[in-house]
Write a protein that binds this ligand. Sequence first.
Ligand code: H79
Length: 446
Amino acid sequence: MGVNKNYEWPDNYGNPDWFIEDRYGLFLHFGLFSAAARHEWVMTLEQIGTEGYQKYFDYFNPDLFDAKSWARSAKKAGFKYAVLTAKHHEGFALWDTKLSDYKITNTAFGRDLVGEYIEAFRAEGLKVGLYFSLIDWKHPDFLVDGYHPERNNEEYIQNHPGNMDEYTKFMHGQVRELLSGYGKIDYLWFDFSYANRDWGDSVGKGKEDWKSEELESMILSLQPDIILNDRLDLGRGVGTPEQYQRNTRMEKGKKQLVWEACQTLNGSWGYDRDNLDWKTPEMVTKLLIDTVSKGGNMLLNIGPNARGEWDSKTNEIINQVGEWMRLHQESVYGCGASEFFAPADARFTQKGNHLYLHLFSWPYRTLLVPKLGGKVLYARLLNDSSEIKYIQEEGLSEKRKSHKDLNAEVTEIHIKDKFEDHSLMVTLPVQRPDVIVPVIEFILKD
Ligand code: H79
């Protein structure tokens, strides 16, 4: 029994079942910004511009890049799919595009990194996604707006009046290359539309500027099974809340929406050497659980360094989350939001008649779960598969007859107060299991 399939999803898009089942994806932000090593928006945050940015191209050489090692690490850490920045806003292509010279095969590195990534991740059995920036600060026809690095450079603006028809031809052409040159692509992640922005002397860009409808038709004709995110400004595709955690599920009427929380390890997406604002493995694990409990996926980002390696702090975090996943993956993969309401400081996920209670804090000995009384067949901790005892309504009179010990009497006093609302009373060990977040699995009656 899998996840609830009652999702709102466009008929002409591919089947999102694999995506909803997988739940945990790896976002990889890599590009020339990895060499600057101070945020992937550095080109515009510091208004560096095309000329000033050239040095990152000239000295780019991720000599330690090993796609197989990335793929193995991703798999081991529990990720089921990955999304790599084929091109970020800076306009630098990580594949051998025929439409521009601004590409990785023209650097000292000289290889097609996108191709190597796709092959290696596929070989590990991971689903393969590509991120593609709709924004391109390198392309001469891209109309300068308030996000552009040359926004205050009058000379550049004079010489580059913008020709978005030419730009979209180029941009659609690059997307075509990515979707025709590398076999099946499972997920295409566009970034981003900002039609509502108004800087006074310029405005943002949206579906008219990108010719999104046309782009979407081309994509679906090349890759009919592909999943798309929601940033083409067409109001469809995977919802992608970025760097914030939702309070609720995403629903439309009685149907759930397909969505993915995109989270960073330290607030930046690209490698950001001096940024020490790391989330702890516990925070990341809780973000993942919280997301799945609301029916979403989590796409967790890492920013490899300019030599093509993952730094030690990144490895430490994802490996610790991976160790938690090794023991608790059943409560994530194929799971979704539960019909039951979790007690304070806990989260439910559910997969058919398996209900998983994630305890963010460890209560002392007893825990009451509302509405679950009479519904449970068996309960255990996931980390060591040890039985967890509980009392539920139907067993109450029997319990009264057979148990004469003091604990049972104490328990009964609670029961008298609490059982009216069909609670389940769970008895926990005093010792909290030595895992980031303990999980109790309840097997429910059908
Ligand atoms: O690729 C990653 C980001 O670079 C891109 N989307 C993810 C997946 C993105 N991040 N933010 N945005 C798009 C929207 C713009 C946010 C901004 Fe800012 C706030 C631009 C300027 C202030 C974030 C913070 C970027 C620079 C500083």
